[in-house]
Write a protein that binds this ligand. Structure first.
Ligand code: ZN
Length: 269
């Protein structure tokens, strides 16, 4: 599932291909991807030009003159730039026909991704974006500390809560706990304010490093489209040994695959 760095990579890549292009027509093959009435969506979006792409947490916001729409890739959504010669995949669900005769296709094997019209001025203050916490880059230590202080859940589970911090998913939550030498099962409320400050700094650092890697590895669209997933150097997630050579343990925490090193990541520190 794409997390903040991957969605940022999708945003930066798409900017090179669609900005200042006008949508001539839209074909919606699988209507459930569009949360609005499909005809209303088409009416509002056709004949508009992509002016800007914004990102909040894992959401992309496409800004089109007087309207905008939010797109969430969920599990496997991806965008692809095609020409009319590119054969249609059975997983292509929405096609934007652009005025330079290219097509922006939304492809989603699992069909969980969604698009929804939003007001271009106030989208950050409306559902679903107003329910998100701040991204780690701008999070306030006191505020996060106050919220974690009352949480009986494991810290790794708390990191996945998008209302606490936006943008962190399962992969980076595992990596952040490793970088903190923190056992992912540690209760969120056990973290001191000093550790919470460190948690925010480490989260920002790890997400930024992943954005940098995405930026250097992806310059164009592959044949498979772009979901932003790239080869990040992961230290514990899906690994067998930690960088120190210890065996990684895999457990399930709140139903999510959790990888950690029992030696490097002691329960408390
Ligand atoms: Zn280790």
């Amino acid at each position: 599932m794409p997390e903040l760095p991957e969605v940022e990579t999708v945003k930066r890549t798409l900017e090179n291909f669609i900005l200042n292009k006008k949508i001539k027509d839209i074909e919606v093959i699988y209507p459930r991807i569009i949360e609005d009435d499909v005809e209303v969506f088409k009416q509002r979006v056709v004949n508009k030009t992509f002016l800007k792409i914004d990102r909040v947490g894992k959401y992309l916001i496409f800004i089109l003159e007087d309207i905008a729409f939010v797109s969430h890739l969920r599990m496997e959504g991806k965008y692809q730039i095609c020409t009319k010669e590119t054969s249609l995949s059975k997983h292509d669900h929405v096609i934007f026909y652009l005025d330079d005769d290219t097509q922006l296709r939304y492809n989603d094997v699992r069909k969980f991704g969604r698009m929804k019209l939003v007001d271009k001025e106030s989208y950050k203050t409306l559902k679903p974006l107003n329910q998100l916490g701040k991204e780690p880059f701008e999070a306030d230590v006191n505020e996060i500390y106050q919220r974690l202080k009352n949480k009986d859940t494991a810290i790794k589970t708390a990191l996945l809560d998008q209302t606490l911090l936006a943008g962190i998913g399962n992969i980076y939550a595992n990596e952040i706990c490793y970088a903190m030498h923190l056992n992912p099962q540690t209760k969120a409320k056990a973290l001191s304010k000093k550790r919470v400050k460190e948690l925010i700094e480490v989260s920002s650092f790890i997400l930024n490093e992943a954005i940098k890697q995405g930026g250097t590895t992806i310059h164009s669209f592959s044949a498979n489209g772009i979901d932003g997933l790239f080869q990040v150097q992961l230290k514990v997630h899906m690994q067998e040994k930690c960088p120190q050579g210890h065996d990684i343990k895999k457990i399930s925490l709140n139903g999510r695959g959790t990888y950690y090193c029992p030696i490097c990541q002691k329960a408390r520190r």
